[in-house]
Write a protein that binds this ligand. Structure first.
Ligand code: GLN
Length: 463
């Protein structure tokens, strides 16, 4: 747990500058081996450490934190994992970065990811960027799209937490593949100001850590209303660090569709064993299971295709010599700097919202999304928490990933798209191993009930 470390920084028992120097050296070594970071923000980390040395204050005093590349940090190259943004240094911090720094956290770098969040394995990295490797087995993927965040959280030998981002599962998926805790909050709980948008109606920032207690602390600090972000919620932030120890028995349902066909039997067995320990009853989410992935892909790509229009080689990042018409120039820059998956998503999204097709695809998907929300809401009248595996398989090898078609790739998110479409908070809890690779349990609660997820993680950890 990070709390003991933070106390030692606050009391001066650990010298924050010395410690930060050591951490940066270890981070460089780890990064040479695993590529969990697109950039190490050495200068920023050291300047923060020197400031803290004079006044070692704050609930995160001296804590090294890495953040997904798509969360912007002032003056630190922020690419969202894409080559089109190479050289882009933001002029301001994301709100979450300000909140972390106000509590004394030290930002050590920007984590590797699928470009703009498009992927489940972090193999769709930008054209000049390296693919992060799973710390449990370097021939396997970290998961995505926040792969570097989960990878470094697992690999770090020093106190550390990370921030990821999820549109359709990108916090819990890599957390599951790497074997760490990851929490995706209720939509709106944490400000998206300063997060590069993938799908605005779906995007959430959330923490990753090696213990549920650390998750609770970070969540408490970065949550809350932000007047700079119109979808951020006004609700009071619970005392997550206290509520996590609540021992009230939770009423749990296991989603039966997720432990049947399509899921590795070893994973299904693992989750079912935990379900019986929790006295869980079987529940069903048929609409979510059948239509979740297509609904998600239509909505996420529709939003992404408009969000990415701003990367036209004129405002941010890479430029080319200005010549020809706007269309020629726009096409030239984007053809050169976007990777294949980014182009695929833009094409699917543009098609889905085209005049003539909009009713059949985009608008239909928004209606199915409402049905999915209703399906969950009905179950939360009876249950506190719904569980399933987080991913249907353990982290695949890079060779296995190469064999997958785009459709098989998208189906990986079958368990995680539901809570994301419904804006529901969810957590990955490491629940065992299969062939030495981590298995993750996905727990989802009703809106604004993150405390119940933390309680479950805490209860499972402490037997
Ligand atoms: N794997 C999903 C996708 O490719 C989710 C990504 C995300 O949550 N950012 O869109």
């Amino acid at each position: 747990m990070i709390s003991e470390f933070i106390k030692k920084i606050q009391s001066g028992e650990i010298d924050v500058v010395e410690h930060t120097n050591k951490v940066l050296e270890q981070t460089h070594n780890l990064n040479n081996e695993f590529h969990h970071l697109n950039i190490i923000s050495e200068e920023l980390a050291l300047s923060q450490a020197h400031k803290l040395k004079k006044a070692p204050k704050g609930r995160l005093a001296g804590l090294p934190i890495s953040v997904k590349d798509s969360i912007i940090v002032k003056d630190v190259e922020s690419r969202g994992g894409s080559k089109i943004l190479s050289g882009y240094k933001p002029l301001f911090n994301a709100t979450v970065i300000n909140k972390l720094q106000a509590e004394g956290a030290i930002i050590i770098g920007k984590n590797a990811q699928d470009a703009f969040g498009f992927g489940s394995f972090s193999t769709n990295v930008g054209l000049d960027l390296q693919t992060p490797l799973n710390p449990n087995d370097k021939t396997r993927a970290c998961g995505g799209s926040s792969g570097g965040s989960a990878g470094l959280t697992k690999a770090a030998t020093f106190p550390h937490t990370s921030l990821g981002e999820s549109t359709g599962g990108s916090i819990v998926a890599p957390a599951s593949f790497c074997g760490v805790y990851g929490l995706c909050p209720t939509y709106g709980r944490i400000s998206r100001n300063g997060l590069m948008a993938y799908g605005n109606s779906l995007d959430k920032i959330g923490p990753m850590a090696t213990s549920p207690e650390d998750l609770a602390l970070i969540l408490e600090i970065i949550s809350g209303h932000d007047k700079l972000e119109s979808t951020s919620l006004n609700n009071p932030v619970p005392d997550f660090t206290k509520e996590i120890t609540n021992t009230t028995k939770l009423k749990v349902g296991i989603i039966s569709e997720t432990v049947g066909e399509g899921t590795d039997p070893a994973i299904a067995d693992n989750i079912q064993a935990i379900a019986s320990k929790l006295n869980a009853t079987k529940v069903s989410l048929p609409t979510t299971h059948k239509y979740g992935v297509p609904t998600y892909m239509l909505l996420a790509t529709s939003e992404a295709s408009t969000n990415l229009a701003k990367y036209c080689g004129m405002r941010y990042g890479q430029h080319e010599k200005l010549e020809g018409s706007f269309n020629d120039y726009f096409t030239k820059v984007r053809s050169k700097y976007f990777n294949e998956e980014t182009k695929r998503r833009i094409i699917i999204g543009t098609f889905a919202r085209m005049a003539g097709f909009r009713d059949a695809f985009y608008l239909k998907a928004t209606k199915v999304r409402t049905k999915i929300i209703e399906e969950y809401k009905k179950l939360y009248k009876t249950y506190d928490i719904l569980i399933s595996p987080t991913m249907p398989i353990v982290a695949p090898t890079f060779k296995e990933i190469e064999q997958l078609t785009p459709l098989q790739n998208y189906m990986m998110d079958i368990m995680t798209v539901g809570p994301n479409l419904a804006g529901l908070p969810h957590i990955n809890i490491p629940s065992g191993t299969h062939n030495n690779m981590p298995i993750g349990l996905l727990a989802t609660s009703n809106h604004l009930e993150e405390s119940k997820l933390l309680q479950l993680a805490h209860q499972l950890k402490n037997g």
